[in-house]
Design a protein. Structure first.
Length: 285
């Protein structure tokens, strides 16, 4: 039985990857920095480790056949206490993990980046992801890069704003994307273990403009849309002070501005419906 290490196992995507691996009969080693969240997964082979602290990573890849990394800095825009940047976690942290994988002669390293990252490298978020992709390509370890569009969960912020009677689009909101559910991305990650493809873009079954996604959030709440459009340049000025308080949140907002100004569409691999996801999420608001 092949053993797969899942980094970032306690995160939203990581949980789905662990579940999918178990369903397919793989042995799983789960690593995460939060021992409490890690314990909740119910995985026997669980290791508390912080990717940004190499001393906690020693030997984590020993005895595993492949690595799936879902690890990255927090995407929570409301947590000002977490100051770990995307360069620190998504790049340097995953680089430490790659070094451990090399030492252990791991057969394959599956890494979750993002769709269109190559064209968004002016943002720290995308650049951090692409730096580790470059390191993977330069390594002797066989690698597969998964490139999903926006996760369903990221769109929950739109629902929360709509619940307060506010909708926001950056620019005109005409750019399009086909967001994908984390569970569908997890399936792609596990499929990649047996794939010979080195780069796999992954999108959901429906394409929406950014404005349509906001309108959908209001519809799920049975409310009339109330949407404000903010020019990208003005929005960048508005979030600029965040650099002084929390670099991670500023970088996340900067990426959000940039990605909403371009189409982000990937081949359909997901099957789950965003409208239904919103409707289910309303029940827990």
């Amino acid at each position: 039985m092949a053993k797969i290490l899942v980094a970032g196992a306690s995160g939203q995507l990581g949980k789905h990857v662990v579940r999918e691996l178990k369903l397919r009969g793989y042995a799983v080693r789960a690593i995460a920095r939060d021992a409490g969240k890690l314990a909740s997964l119910g995985i026997e082979d669980a290791v508390t480790a912080d990717l940004t602290k190499p001393e906690t990573m020693r030997g984590v890849c020993d005895g595993v056949d492949a690595v799936i990394s879902c690890a990255g800095a927090s995407m929570n825009i409301n947590d000002f206490k977490d100051r770990q940047s995307f360069y620190e976690v998504d790049y340097q942290g995953n680089l430490h993990l790659l070094n451990e994988a090399r030492k252990a002669n791991v057969d394959k390293f599956v890494y979750v980046s993002l769709a269109g990252a190559e064209n968004l490298r002016q943002t720290e978020y995308a650049d951090a992801h692409e730096k580790i992709v470059e390191a993977l390509r330069a390594s002797e370890v066989k690698s597969v890069v998964i490139r999903p569009t926006g996760f369903f969960r990221f769109n929950l912020e739109l629902l929360k704003f709509a619940a307060k009677g506010r909708g926001l689009v950056v620019g005109k909101g005409h750019c399009k994307t086909n967001p994908i559910h984390e569970a569908d991305v997890a399936t792609v990650c596990v499929d990649a273990l047996e794939s010979e493809t080195s780069d796999i873009p992954a999108g959901g079954p429906e394409i929406f403009t950014r404005r349509e996604t906001v309108e959908m959030a209001f519809a799920a709440l049975n409310r009339k849309p109330s949407i404000v459009s903010i020019p990208p340049g003005l929005f960048k000025l508005m979030v600029a002070p965040l650099k002084l308080f929390n670099r991670r949140i500023y970088a996340l907002m900067d990426f959000g501005i940039a990605v909403t100004q371009v189409d982000s569409i990937a081949p359909v691999v997901g099957s789950r419906n965003l409208r239904r996801y919103f409707e289910e999420a309303v029940k827990s608001l």
